[in-house]
Design a protein around this ligand. Structure first.
Ligand SMILES: *Cc1c(COP(=O)(O)O)cnc(C)c1O
Length: 411
């Protein structure tokens, strides 16, 4: 009989969102008249910007004419898109990133998982706790961990706890790790990183020959000019960091699919014979072999993000979600909650009142207000006692949810 990748059996079976759905369904069965408002899942709700739609419609027409039809495109993405990304997202911010270092893909989620293909089996890997679960689960699948302990932590990973005590900013480890996942602005806590903090990580990585995986999926939500949008704004980062970006959260591409990963040419890691190998070459080879590029139509849609009209529309979209976040923060604070994030980020991270567990608070909020959020413990053991509320929703839903919480929920 064929055998399986046993590592998959170590995964805690997709517990968080199915369990949320189970509890909501049970509640609705007993309370069929309840009007549930979901502020849980981190998916966008507002339509695609007009500039992107117009560009995609035009691209569909291109595909209908022999002279402009496109078959397979470059696995790394079309040059016209990579040039705009390099110029506007990086060079305009003083980052010396070349278009050839940009790899266009169909998602930052898959890139953060796939990147492990080009790394060895014996790296020491650090993640924050709580964390975007994809970083952990993809390492489990790749066989980089052991089993879980009773707190749900995988043997072999280094967990860097983040909580109100350290402002949701992990301490730089005292031990040596090889790969570090950082996400700023952060999902789930909404925390941001200053240049000084990222500099400390870059210094650590250079001193320890480590590689930083920097996930900047939410960089568009940064409104504070002093905060870096890219890790390459930090001197030396090109020697030690990869960066993941996505059009999902800035331009509403969660259902359209386009993202990119930056792999600087000078970034290297060690082969088992001790030689230093360029990661760019390996990732280029990996993508050319296992990936056939993003559709021409979608890449034209992504290109429109960089047009004058596109930039204005994307700013309006991001501002809309940020205003939701501000409404949520203000209302929750006025109701007596201890609230974090929600500024420069679309997520609000609150401390559960009266030391309720994350799931007990979930149930209480659902029962008293019919509002659904995400238990912090679902993002890691150190998320226990916290709760995530997403600003990705209509203004009506946000206002109605906050009205119910301020009027009905006793902190
Ligand atoms: C939403 C999100 C992404 C983007 O994923 P896509 O696959 O590009 O949609 C990446 N990282 C984090 C932390 C996210 O929350």
């Amino acid at each position: 009989m064929a055998t399986i990748n046993d590592n998959y059996l170590k995964l805690k079976a997709g517990y968080l969102f199915p369990e949320i759905a189970r509890r909501v369904n049970t509640f609705v069965e007993g309370n069929p008249e309840a009007k549930i408002i979901k502020l849980g899942i981190g998916d966008v709700t507002e339509p695609l910007p007009e500039a992107c739609r117009t560009a995609m419609i035009k691209a569909v027409e291109d595909m209908g004419d022999r002279s402009t039809f496109k078959g397979y495109g470059p696995e790394q993405g079309y040059g016209w898109l990579r040039e705009k990304i390099a110029a506007q997202d990086f060079q305009a911010r003083g980052c010396d990133i070349d278009a050839s270092e940009i790899f266009v893909s169909d998602g930052a989620k898959c890139d953060t998982g796939n990147i492990l293909d080009i790394f060895g089996k014996n790296n020491k890997i650090a993640v924050t706790d709580p964390v975007y679960p994809v970083y952990v689960d993809t390492n489990v699948m790749a066989g980089h961990t052991g089993e879980t302990n009773d707190k749900g932590e995988y043997d072999g990973l280094v967990y860097l706890p983040i909580s109100a005590e350290n402002n949701f900013i992990a301490d730089i480890p005292t031990e040596k790790v090889d790969l570090i996942y950082l996400c700023f602005p952060n999902n789930p806590t909404g925390a941001t990183a200053t240049k000084a903090y990222l500099k400390a990580w870059v210094d650590y990585a250079k001193a320890n020959d480590s590689i930083i995986f920097f996930d900047a999926a939410y960089e568009a939500f940064i409104t504070d000019d002093s905060l870096p949008h890219s890790i390459y704004e930090i001197e030396g980062a090109k020697d030690c960091a990869l960066e993941f970006r996505s059009f999902s959260k800035n331009a509403g591409f969660t259902g359209t699919r386009c993202a990119f990963t930056v792999v600087p040419k000078q970034l290297t890691a060690k082969a088992s014979d001790g030689s230093e190998v360029e990661l760019w070459k390996l990732w280029n080879r990996r993508q050319s072999t296992k990936f056939n590029g993003v559709s021409y139509i979608v890449q034209r849609g992504a290109e429109a993000v960089y047009s004058e009209a596109g930039k204005a529309q994307i700013k309006a979209l991001v501002d809309f979600y940020l205003e939701n976040a501000k409404i949520i923060c203000d209302k929750l604070k006025s109701a007596g909650f201890e609230v974090y994030g929600g500024v420069n980020a679309p997520y609000i991270w609150l401390k559960t009142p009266h030391d309720l567990s994350s799931w007990d608070f979930f149930d209480k909020l659902l029962q008293t207000t019919n509002v659904v959020g995400t238990p912090g413990s679902g993002f890691g053991a150190a998320g226990e006692g916290y709760f995530r509320i997403s600003a990705f929703n209509s203004r009506n839903n946000v206002e109605e949810a906050m009205k119910r919480i301020t009027e009905q929920f006793k902190v």
